[in-house]
Write a protein that binds this ligand. Structure first.
Ligand code: PBG
Length: 329
């Protein structure tokens, strides 16, 4: 097939005016595409700054409820919750994750009472609760796959009972989705969605997040025995296929911008809701460059989020959700 040649064909004709560029646009970012990740803490300070993430806070339970109302009013469909657990509640096995009155369960209840129409996605993983910061129980010299499953089932069950809409298992170990789906069926919680972190890579771009949830430490936490090797793409197909077969309703690819090829591949391979996670490091990088006057932040926000749509993402988890919703309105 030939598309013609210059000068009969001039690609600039279609780009020459705003109305025409609008008509020719192939992909559209809307507020419906956005999920806002949020951090909650158990102190009395209504909000605590996160040094490595400008404009991102750890909210108290009452403050997150107020903030969630604003997010709902902006038209953002859902938030993803992460807890900052007090140091003296952390244990090697992360038992606090299975306490039905823990911070995250209380937060979910408060949010569902005040902003019932806002979707709540709750993380299922042990890292905020363990003294060592790993996502699982350490046994036999390993972050133990199977011994972690039972506590994750409890964690999933109590969060679902508390009223969250979506469970997001994020530890990238084996058999999670099936085990969580099984407990939900047993407890008659069969309308709870599972959004699986199906392809999550061991990445240097999570640094600021670990600062926000308080799992940062002087030693770099190496999660390479459970999160994926960033050099791999075909392995992501196996990961996604397994999570779908175990009962996931949607999947996440993470990080975002350096992994657009994975989003494209997965969205072509599976007809399945596929979300991108523009992670903390990506957020902080753009902010840092903008602070130096090296790029236009608003333009970079909309461009980077539209790029996820172009790559085939259904939606995006992004710390820019509020900024983007305002820019799009
Ligand atoms: C851990 C978890 C991480 C993120 C979400 N859930 C970090 C990690 O794997 O250490 C990262 C999110 C971000 O960087 O924005 N369960």
């Amino acid at each position: 097939m030939t598309y013609g040649k210059y000068p009969q064909s001039r690609l600039r004709r279609n780009r020459s005016s705003h109305w025409s560029r609008r008509l020719q646009r192939e992909n559209h970012l809307t507020t419906n595409d956005l999920i806002y990740p949020m951090f909650v803490h158990d102190g009395s300070d209504s909000q605590i700054t996160v040094d490595s993430m400008p404009n991102i806070y750890r909210y108290s339970v009452s403050a997150i409820v107020e903030e969630a109302k604003k997010i709902y009013d902006l038209g953002i469909p859902a938030i993803a919750l992460f807890p900052n657990i007090e140091q003296d509640l952390k244990t090697p096995d992360g038992e606090e994750a299975a306490n039905p009155t823990n911070l995250i369960c209380r937060t979910i209840r408060a949010l569902k009472k005040s902003v019932p129409q806002l979707g709540i996605i709750s993380d299922v993983a042990l890292d905020p609760y363990t003294t060592h910061g790993h996502d699982g129980v350490i046994a036999e010299g390993d972050v133990h796959n199977d011994r972690t499953i039972e506590i994750l089932q409890y964690q999933a069950h109590i969060q679902a009972e508390a009223g969250c809409d979506v469970l997001a298992p994020s530890d990238m170990m084996d058999g999670r989705i099936g085990a969580i789906r099984q407990i939900l069926e047993e407890k008659n919680l069969n309308n709870i969605q599972i959004m699986a972190y199906a392809a999550k890579y061991a990445s240097a771009f999570y640094g600021p997040f670990r600062d926000a949830v308080g799992t940062d430490s002087d030693i770099y936490i190496n999660k390479k025995t459970y999160q994926m090797d960033y050099a791999n793409s075909k392995e992501a197909i196996r990961e996604v296929a397994l999570d779908i077969s175990e009962g996931a309703d949607s999947i996440i690819i993470k990080p975002g911008m350096p992994y657009l090829d994975i989003i494209r591949m997965i969205s072509d391979e599976f007809s399945f809701p596929t979300f991108a996670y523009q992670v903390s490091g990506e957020y902080s990088m753009l902010h840092a460059a903008a602070e130096k006057g090296w790029l236009d932040l608003d333009a970079a926000i909309v461009e980077s989020l539209t790029a996820f749509k172009r790559a085939g993402a259904t939606g995006i988890l992004t710390y820019f959700a509020k900024d983007a919703a305002k820019l799009l309105s």
